[in-house]
Design a binder for this molecule. Structure first.
Ligand code: G1P
Length: 304
């Protein structure tokens, strides 16, 4: 069966970005000029996904409004002859988007369970908003290509530094069945660095068969007292094969402040409107900082 549906959980409280997220969804924070959730929706559409469900929580109305028509704005842009801006605004309205609310923040597994009626008996993808992925073929499409061959659930993973394994779901990989596609012995949510079975971390793109829902319905709270998707996937893996797909592209983590700032800079350096000014500014700033603070320390994630 073809994969047509995507679920985007967007019900988190966004505490890492307080106070910005007190009254606003963190998914609406922009990278340069585009809300992070729009990058995720665009990845889904580029991958051939036809229907998207966003699982929302409190303060998430702006997400619904963002993907709705805004006639006042459109009329204004038309009158002023701003065709390029009008196109940008219209691009966000013509998408098959649905919304459901997660009434209690009980964890990612619980958020995905809210998609049960929307998904029905089809395979589907789950896309988390904290990771932006860049590769020639969108990562979601890569998972869909795997599914065409295996008809099995497949979870995207990537190597992370060993000391960061406690921030992620980690896989215990089995044999590599084809290039970059692994069997998985088990999945562990946020293990301590010294207990992590590998440094292959789940990175926020999942292709799942609908059997995950009956597992989620029975799932008891795990790490952090939350109903964890990783735990349900581990259980699913005991009754049907679940593969891990190693992502070789670039991942931008927009889930914390420093990652968010780095992503903003890197996307800014590619943005036609600001790239030249930003490049000049960074070179100038770099010189000033180097003069003031020698010697420059290497970045944390470059230290091995
Ligand atoms: C969630 C998942 C975790 C995964 C991570 C990827 O954790 O529970 O398994 O590795 O997303 O970003 P969170 O970042 O929501 O704590």
């Amino acid at each position: 069966m073809k994969v047509r549906k995507a679920v985007i959980p967007a019900a988190g409280l966004g505490t890492r970005f307080l106070p910005a997220t007190k009254a606003m969804a963190k998914e609406m924070l922009p990278i340069v000029d585009k809300p992070t959730i729009q990058f995720i929706v665009e990845e889904a559409l580029k991958s051939g996904i036809e229907d998207i469900l966003i699982v929302t929580g409190k303060a998430k109305r702006p997400i619904e409004d963002h993907f709705d028509a805004n006639l006042e704005l459109e009329t204004n842009l038309k009158e002023k002859g701003k065709a390029d801006l009008l196109k940008l605004v219209e691009e966000t309205t013509d998408i098959n988007l649905h919304f459901v609310r997660q009434k209690h923040p009980l964890g990612l597994g619980h958020a995905v369970l809210q998609a049960k009626a929307f998904v029905g008996r089809e395979p589907f993808v789950v896309m988390l908003g904290d990771d932006l992925m860049d590769d020639e073929i969108p990562l979601t499409k890569q998972l869909m290509n795997d599914y065409e061959k295996t008809h099995a659930s497949t979870i995207a993973v990537m190597e992370v530094p060993q000391e960061e394994t406690s921030k992620y779901g980690i896989i215990n990989p089995g044999e590599e069945v084809s290039e970059g596609l692994f069997n998985v012995k088990n999945f562990v949510e946020k293990p301590k660095a010294e207990e992590a079975p590998s440094n292959l971390a789940i990175i926020g793109r999942y292709l799942l068969t609908p059997e995950i829902f009956s597992v989620l319905e029975e799932q008891t709270p795990g790490a952090g007292g939350e109903i964890q998707l990783t735990d349900a996937i581990d259980t699913l893996n005991k009754t049907q094969r679940v593969f891990a797909h190693e992502f070789k592209g670039t991942r931008y983590d927009v889930g914390d402040k420093f990652g968010f700032m780095k992503t903003s800079i890197e996307y800014g350096l590619k943005h036609p409107e600001v790239k030249q000014d930003l490049t000049n500014y960074i070179i100038q700033l770099g010189k000033e900082l180097a003069d003031k603070n020698p010697p420059i320390e290497p970045l944390k994630d470059e230290v091995e």
